[in-house]
Write a protein that binds this ligand. Sequence first.
Ligand code: PEP
Ligand code: MG
Length: 315
Amino acid sequence: ARAAAASAPLTPGALADGTPVPLLANLGKPGGAAEAVELGAEGVGLFRTEFLFLSAHQAPTVEQQREAYTELLQTFPGKKVVVRALDAGADKPLAFLNDAHEENPALGLRGLRALRASEDILREQLTALAQADAATDADLWVMAPMVSTVEETEYFTALARDYGIKTAGVMVEVPSSALMADRVLAIADFASIGTNDLTQYTLAADRLLGSVASFQDPWHPAVLRLIREVGDAGRVNGKPVGICGEAAADPLLAVVLVGLGATSLSMAPTALADVRASLLEYTLDDARVIAEAALTADDAAGARAAARAAATREK
Ligand code: PEP
Ligand code: MG
């Protein structure tokens, strides 16, 4: 797949009618950036900053962070790079940030909640990001993980802007934020939907627990309906709505997500070629018809089958 991607012309992501759908990379360390560009990433839709913190017994310094963010941003001159503030807790606990004794860590002090409880760490991260931004030419966007209220949206975007971050947004990965997306997107500059957590919280199925893995399917119409809420809110407020969970890497689901209102898709770089090819087969009207078919199913399998049938008709 890699050789095919390298030899194919790397046009920007778009639908058959020319509607642009920027295709971005999910990255977990600066080292993957050059390869992502080779594979056709038009920017970064999710830069997970946990790697800087996970091996440390204490938070990295501002200087250490600035170096890492600068290295990343330098690889994408003129391009959009969405950096996520530290998302510690649950699956990725940090000794200096999280309480190890929560009975339900996925429902606990994680993501922005944990950062807010240790605000110095968030302030240092924003300081380092603003410094890296000033030293480079990328288009830096910064977002908070696990935002579940309008008030948290206000808190994060105001703080980020105080530090000179020009584009401040939130991840929508909790159903409450999806249901309140019209209010959330009146405040935030953008939303990015994390379908991994959004699915976990919508279906009440721990994403780390094998015994409930069959519930962790982003094709579930309940998840798709929430995504539609966010897409609609993006349109009404004139704000971009990206997708950065694994769902964006599924070539047919990617079409559905665009039909629901997603304006960009971010994924593991190895998935970019197949998603690019799939988008080129459908117009925006097709994508909306296919999404509508998926929305009206009873379950994930039904949504997949309905989307496949609609896609065959629309092709
Ligand atoms: C998500 O939840 O979909 C997401 C992109 O974030 P993470 O997988 O890092 O929790
Ligand atoms: Mg998440």
